[in-house]
Design a protein around this ligand. Structure first.
Ligand SMILES: C[S@@+](CC[C@H](N)C(=O)[O-])C[C@H]1O[C@@H](n2cnc3c(N)ncnc32)[C@H](O)[C@@H]1O
Length: 313
């Protein structure tokens, strides 16, 4: 495994969470979509929020006015709930916590119990493990190893003042943030009518091919089909869906305009995943340099007609 400083695996500058496969690198591209389609000052929605890196960047840079995030995972929800509703207590816990393997064991025990009634304790334990585990993966083990003899130690990704600052910035806009903890399809069905035309929904479900990234996810093939049905039922709002670039997903979104892109995910494995993005009909998409492009670099904000192309396997 290459010896790369863990900070190089960072995605996004606004989310306090690390997410394997986090979409912070897509923020500029999504920003351009918002601007090109007259959605500025509107609402941005993520039914599979995770670290919500794009949502925070759009909100904190004033590109959108409102954000709705949803995630079915209770620890993820508990963390965001604490950011929004127990900001001071959460920040104090971050400032006061010792960055030791003993504390890591303690937080792991809290996390395992998943006490539903105490969002602050559960949310903090999730956050602590997210920032002190290798690659932010819950099964990743502590950075530096239990004996802390690795090149990077448990505190390598835990810059307390920076993390507190990220949390406080998000919390300062809490009146413009909606947070829910339900299944994404249910979320889309329940809220679709409430969202007006100035809404962009970015749907980033668990990947079709399992094992590429280590999320807690339980999607089977038919669940991806249900998601596609629910997305296609969205008529009055704009949407973007991203997935791993595999044939069954292209079949599900066969009529939607789309493009392929690559994105660097992990500095530890230097993986460059090829993904596909699908768009609601009529959405104008930023100009991109090549059919297979790196989306996480500066893009020119010129409109580009997205046509349906043959799927290059
Ligand atoms: C691919 S990640 C999203 C990453 C996110 N876009 C980011 O940039 O950090 C998938 C997220 O969806 C959540 N999830 C999985 N199944 C879900 C479901 N059925 N409904 C809602 N959220 C779900 C997981 O808990 C995980 O946080």
């Amino acid at each position: 495994m290459p010896d790369v400083h863990p900070s190089l695996t960072q995605t996004g500058r606004y989310s306090p969470l690390r997410y394997p496969g986090g979409k912070g690198k897509l923020a500029r591209f999504i920003k351009d979509i918002v601007r090109l389609n007259g959605l500025s000052d509107g609402r941005y929605v993520e039914p599979y929020a995770g670290g919500a890196a794009v949502a925070w960047e759009l909100l904190l840079t004033g590109v959108v006015r409102r954000v709705s995030i949803n995630d079915i995972s209770l620890p993820v929800f508990a963390f965001w709930h604490s950011v929004l509703n127990s900001t001071d207590e959460l920040c104090k816990m971050i400032c006061d916590c010792p960055l030791t393997v003993q504390e890591w064991d303690r937080q792991k025990a809290v996390f395992r119990r998943q006490n539903e009634t105490d969002y602050l304790r559960l949310g903090f334990s999730f956050f602590f493990l997210n920032r002190t585990n290798r690659s932010g993966i819950l099964k990743g083990g502590v950075i530096g190893g239990r004996d802390q003899t690795g090149r990077w130690k448990i505190d390598a990704r835990f810059n307390k003042s920076d993390l507190v600052s990220r949390i406080e910035k998000i919390a300062s806009l809490r009146t413009r943030i909606e947070l829910t903890n339900i299944d994404a399809v249910k979320f889309i069905e329940t809220n679709a009518k409430r969202f007006d035309k100035k809404t962009l929904i970015y749907i980033d479900p668990p990947y079709f091919e399992k094992g590429r990234f280590l999320y807690h996810d339980a999607y089977r093939e038919e669940d991806h089909a249900t998601v596609a049905e629910s997305v296609k039922s969205l008529k009055s709002v704009s949407w973007v869906v991203s997935y791993d670039d595999v044939r069954p997903i292209h079949d599900l979104y066969a009529k939607a305009p789309w493009l392929q892109y690559t994105i660097n995910y992990s500095a530890r494995n230097i993986t460059r995943g090829r993904e596909a993005m699908f768009f609601s009909q009529g959405l104008t998409v930023p100009n991109v340099p090549a059919p297979l492009h790196e989306i996480d670099r500066d893009l020119r904000s010129r409109p580009r007609p997205v046509s349906k192309r043959e799927f290059a396997a």
